[in-house]
Design a protein around this ligand. Structure first.
Ligand code: ZN
Length: 199
């Protein structure tokens, strides 16, 4: 016998397919949603549909944006000759929150992981190399996580860029091993940036 109505089961199934949401959390969320006023539920559903419809990759740095070119890339006060490579838009947000980094970014949307079958072609690396051919850069700062995947990605990118003569640096490992950039406090992030070394 089904414990819940078919509609509730469907909602629980959808929610539990999201990352970090287990079966229990999915049930809790589903019952919370069922008890919300209908207009709140509509706002929630619309925000999901609208975000999916209207958010795309910035044509320069590949971060997620509502426009063709994101606000950071279109800001002429930023230093467009310094490019920080990060794994995802959350890491970009972490560095932006420090308010101290004046360069621009490149968002890979992942990291190379032979274990998970994620190769260089699965992340936004071609976009970075194309960008470096078109746009003059003095330095590429590799700020991928200090996990095995992050380090593998950093080494791979460094080898690709080195022949172009552009300076390649790696943020210091003040960032704990395996640590996700997004969870690290601003002081540690800035220290890692300041202590970056050539690779
Ligand atoms: Zn951009």
């Amino acid at each position: 016998m089904e414990l819940y109505s078919g509609h509730i089961n469907r909602l629980i199934d959808e929610l539990s397919s999201l990352p970090g949401i287990g079966g229990k959390s999915a049930q809790r969320l589903a019952f919370y949603i069922i008890n919300l006023p209908k207009d709140r539920v509509k706002r929630l559903a619309d925000s999901i549909t609208d975000a999916r419809e209207n958010v795309h990759y910035c044509k320069e740095c590949c971060t997620l944006t509502d426009d063709d070119i994101c606000p950071i890339c279109s800001n002429s006060n930023r230093d467009h000759r310094t490019i920080m490579v990060v794994e995802n838009a959350r890491d970009l947000a972490a560095y932006e929150k420090t308010g101290k980094y004046e360069g621009v970014y490149h968002v890979l949307h992942g990291a190379i992981s032979p274990m998970l079958g994620i190769g260089p072609g699965d992340i936004r690396l071609t976009e970075l190399m194309t960008r470096l051919q078109k746009q003059e850069a003095d330095e590429v700062i590799i700020a991928t996580n200090s996990s095995l995947e992050g380090e593998t990605t950093a080494m791979y990118i460094s080898k690709l860029i080195k022949p172009t003569g552009i300076r390649v640096t790696r943020i210091a490992s003040g960032v704990p091993v395996g640590g996700d950039l997004e969870y690290i406090d601003e002081v540690t992030l800035l220290r890692a940036l300041e202590g970056r070394t050539e690779i």
